[in-house]
Ligand binder design. Structure first.
Ligand code: LRH
Length: 490
């Protein structure tokens, strides 16, 4: 059986998955998983990229120790928008910033005085958001100028990690499409935006198409790990693009939801959809593994719950996943709702009190127990996905009949069931390891083992289990939806 390594590195944890293929079926085995959190110091949030790189090498060593010596290739996917800067000698300049850095908000407001949100959207087809690479770069220029002055090359996170393994500098198309610096429908950087913002227009490493072989692992890395040279492939290096590649979408009436810290919900399209309604609805056009587009909205996902857990752990009230579900079941339904995407929930110091304050300010019952908070979060998320589905139908002009959910958050069966209820659509959930599987199938296609995405999706459907959820309690959910819209002002 042939084997590839798929590194799927998310904003809460990273993992090495071993994908094997016997010509008929795909197999996936988790080799190693490690925590990954932005590190907060001197008022900024950074990624500990050296730790991530060290954990990746450790994972490869573990895989070899388990007897997987002959590996065809490796691919890396990560979250979007973030990047590292290299000096002209190819050394990493500092720790990459995390998109949750609070200063980006100010940087974005200042940048928008030079180029309007509408103009940016019209050029790129990408939603204007504080996290975008373009605004992070502007923030660095204003508040840490020497960093940018010394920068020779910008590599987006998955491509930065690939560079550390193989020494080649490229920015792959899908991850590049999250920057708001690519021209819509094209693969080249828009120098005009960079020049208008007085940003260097020559540091972004050239873009490559998805599925390109970037190079071979460096001999120093091979020696350190004790492995044979491995091809490094830029699969769809944006985790969301990889996740969507793996979803067995049937037709034009299927919606995708890639579910983790974020939930990305949308439909595949051939060309970016750029009009005022898309812009005002906060939708965006990002790249797919096929070099096409996904019309989607980037929404809040499990971040709300993850951040509440941090508080509960600190207060000695940590629970496990099963207990959380029991607590939710015991809490009254349809009581208080939040708009999960309100900027106040982006990075508050205390997520629990932030949710409570929102309910208090909107004159709703304030959730106090853990079960009440968890229910408020999950119901609000599901209702927001209901709102999004209606908007997506309007923007795409399609009747959308079913929703495919993939990614780690679908382990939360309550979230899947509530989403079926709130959207009134059948949910097809799976695969859980959507990004890692998408990453691996990208490699299998690049290696010529699988013909194309259609064949790969069929293989995924035959190789990994799917779960089905039907809408329930429709009358109660419609009533809850009315109140949700009223309280959130959507
Ligand atoms: C999800 C994701 C999403 C956004 C965000 C920054 O992990 O990639 O698509 O780009 O991270």
């Amino acid at each position: 059986m042939k084997k590839v390594w798929a590194f799927d590195i998310g904003a809460s944890n990273g993992r090495l998955m071993l994908s094997s293929f016997d010509g008929h079926k795909l197999y996936l085995e988790e080799i190693y998983r490690f925590a990954n959190q932005p590190v907060h110091l001197t008022g900024h949030y950074y990624w500990n990229i050296l730790y991530i790189f060290a954990e990746m090498k450790k994972a490869m060593q573990m895989s070899i120790q388990e007897g997987h010596r002959q590996i065809e290739s490796m691919g890396i996917d990560t979250w979007g928008v973030d990047f590292g800067l290299l000096s002209d000698t190819g050394e990493l300049l500092g720790n990459p910033y995390s998109y949750r850095n609070p200063l980006n908000e100010r940087g974005m407001q200042e940048a928008l005085q030079h180029i309007s949100a509408k103009e940016l959207f019209d050029i790129t087809g990408v939603e204007t958001a504080t996290i975008n690479t373009v605004f992070q770069l502007y923030t660095i220029k204003k508040y840490n100028p020497s960093l940018l002055e010394n920068a020779d090359t910008l590599l987006l996170t998955p491509n930065l990690l690939a560079y550390l393994f193989c020494g080649e500098k490229h920015n792959e198309f899908t991850i590049s499409s999250t920057t708001q610096l690519l021209r819509a429908g094209e693969t080249s950087w828009d120098k005009q935006i960079l020049q208008r913002l007085l940003l260097p227009d020559d540091i972004l490493a050239p873009t490559t198409a998805p599925l390109m072989v970037a190079g071979q692992s460096l001999s120093v890395v091979n020696r350190e790990i004790g492995m044979n040279p491995v091809k490094v492939i830029h699969t769809a290096s944006h985790d969301t693009a990889s996740a969507i590649a793996s979803l067995p979408l049937e037709d034009q009436q299927s919606v995708f939801m890639s579910c983790g810290t974020w939930v990305l919900m949308g439909v595949p399209v051939d060309r970016p959809v750029i009009n005022d309604d898309v812009m005002e609805s906060g939708f965006t056009n990002e790249g797919t593994i096929e070099g096409k587009y996904r019309l989607q909205k980037n929404n809040m996902g499990m971040w709300l719950l993850q951040q509440c857990r941090v508080i509960w752990e600190r207060e000695g009230m940590a629970t496990d996943f099963n207990k959380e579900n029991q607590l939710l079941e015991a809490a009254p339904a349809y009581r208080s709702f939040i708009n999960p995407d309100d900027p106040r929930f982006f990075n508050p110091l205390n997520m629990v009190t932030e949710i409570q304050r929102y309910c208090e300010e909107t004159a709703q019952p304030v959730p106090t127990s853990q079960g009440e908070i968890i229910r408020c979060i999950l119901e609000s998320l599901a209702l927001k996905y209901g709102w999004l589905l209606q908007r997506l139908e309007r923007l795409s002009g399609k009747e959308l009949k079913r929703i495919h959910m993939g990614g780690g958050a679908i382990r939360n069966q309550t979230l899947c069931q509530l989403t079926a209820n709130a959207t009134g659509r059948e949910i097809i959930a799976g695969p859980v390891e959507a990004s890692a599987i998408g990453n691996a199938i990208g490699q299998w296609i690049a290696l010529g083992e699988v013909k194309d995405l259609k064949e790969a999706r069929q293989l995924v459907g035959e190789s990994f289990p799917l779960q089905y959820y039907q809408p329930q309690e429709q009358i109660q959910w419609q009533e809850a939806y009315q109140r949700f819209v009223q309280y959130t002002g959507l």
